[in-house]
Every structure is written in structure tokens, then in C-alpha cells.
Write a protein that binds this ligand. Sequence first.
Ligand code: FPP
Length: 244
Amino acid sequence: MPAKSAKRAAHRLPAHIAIVMDGNGRWAQQRHLPRLAGHRRGVDALKSVIQACIVKDIPVLTVFAFSSENWSRPKTEIKGLMNLIRVALRKEFDALHKQGIRLRFLGSRQGLEPGVCAVLDQAECATESNPGLVLNVCFNYGGRWDIVDAASRLAATGQAITESSMQAALSLAPCPDPDLLIRTGDEHRLSNFLLWQCAYSELYFSPLLWPDFDAAALDAALADYAARERRFGRTSAAAVAGPV
Ligand code: FPP
């Protein structure tokens, strides 16, 4: 086993963390600020969590930044979020690239302005061979869209639809499924995030609003995860070693 995976296994760390970054709007409202101020602080929280994942040698981080359903928000908020991803990428790109982070944007490009698509495509292309943390940003993403899109592409090419062909056709591939799914903001639902891929993910719900989530909050989630027994449908961890 490579040294990094051995260290991760010894500390019972996940190889892939997925996060629903919820609570930006409430964080802003509590401070009588526009909702966009919460999203801006959300970018800072994301930066801290990225750094914490790098320190811990967690290879994959996937975050939900804009859902297929977010189009029903007020136009000003949608415009603000589109602008925010452009501005944040422009500002942070060099630092992310220097750290060897590979950026991927999962979701439909349909409905996105050409300027936004161009920024996402450029960042993906420039970081494609980076060896470090894989940062999947789900943008204009929905789990149902992902499943339908994968199945349609398989059907169009005449391939059989099986669990493994679907797994390979989904937008997250070739990354493994998330081991740990964190949702902040005290809401306990998936909201159409990685529906297929979270079949066996451990779920962790934090009462913190996303802008308040930091490295210490991530440590608490990781400690909770490390104490869990993952059975994947089996009766107990002991059964893993024994005959099926
Ligand atoms: C959910 O909080 C959050 C979002 C819809 C946007 C998440 C975006 C960021 C954290 C910005 C970082 C993104 C990038 C990559 C630039 P909410 O608005 O639903 O909060 P509420 O439940 O309190 O209203």
C-alpha cells in the first residue's frame, strides 16, 4: 500500500469527502447583510477546508456550489453566484494551481453563460495533470441529471446499462464514491447531491452555517467518521474477513 494510503488507513481518514455547503444565506441574514455576503464568506470557508484536506492528505474533495434547482432563486442571487465563481477562480487560481490541485467542474454547462463556461473549462484544462488534491466543484449539478445524462450517453452508444458502466459514465468518475458526506446548516437531506455515488457514504450533519465551518469543524467530522463501522450491507466488520 502506498505510504499516503497507509497513513490514511491508520488514521481511519476518508479518501473522499463530499460537502453540501449550506447556510450562507442564513449567516448573512443573521448579520443583516445581503445573501451574497454569506456566499463570499463561503468561499473563505472552502479555502480553509481545502487547506485542511491537503494537510491531511485527503485525495478528493467534492463540493456542491450551485444546484440544478438553484435557478429558481432570485435573479440577483443567481447573477451574484455566477460572478462569484468567476471572481473567486480568477483570484485563487494561481495559488490552487501552485499547490498541484486538480480542478474539475461537474454539472451541466447548459444554461451557463459562455463567459462562465470558458473560465471553468480553462481551469479544468490547465490543472488536468496536477498530481495533488482533486477538487470537484459541482456547479449547475443535480444527482438526477447526472444519472439521466450517464444513462442517455450509454444508450446512445449502444452500451449495456450495468452498475459498472453507469459508475464509469457518471460525472464523478474516475474518482471513488465519497466515504464521508458532510452537510452544514443543520439540514438533514441530500438535496439531489451525488444520489448514486452516496449509496454507502457515511453522513455527517453539522449545525454550523457553512461560513463558520473551519478546520476544527472538519476535525470533529473526521473524528466522528473514524469511530464508525462501515458494513456495506454486511453484518459486521468481522464478517469482512470471513467467508461470505
Ligand atoms: C447554500 O446556502 C449555498 C449555496 C447555494 C452556494 C454555495 C456556494 C459557495 C459556498 C461559494 C463557493 C463557491 C465557489 C466555488 C465560488 P444557502 O444559500 O442555501 O443558505 P441558506 O440555507 O442559509 O439560505
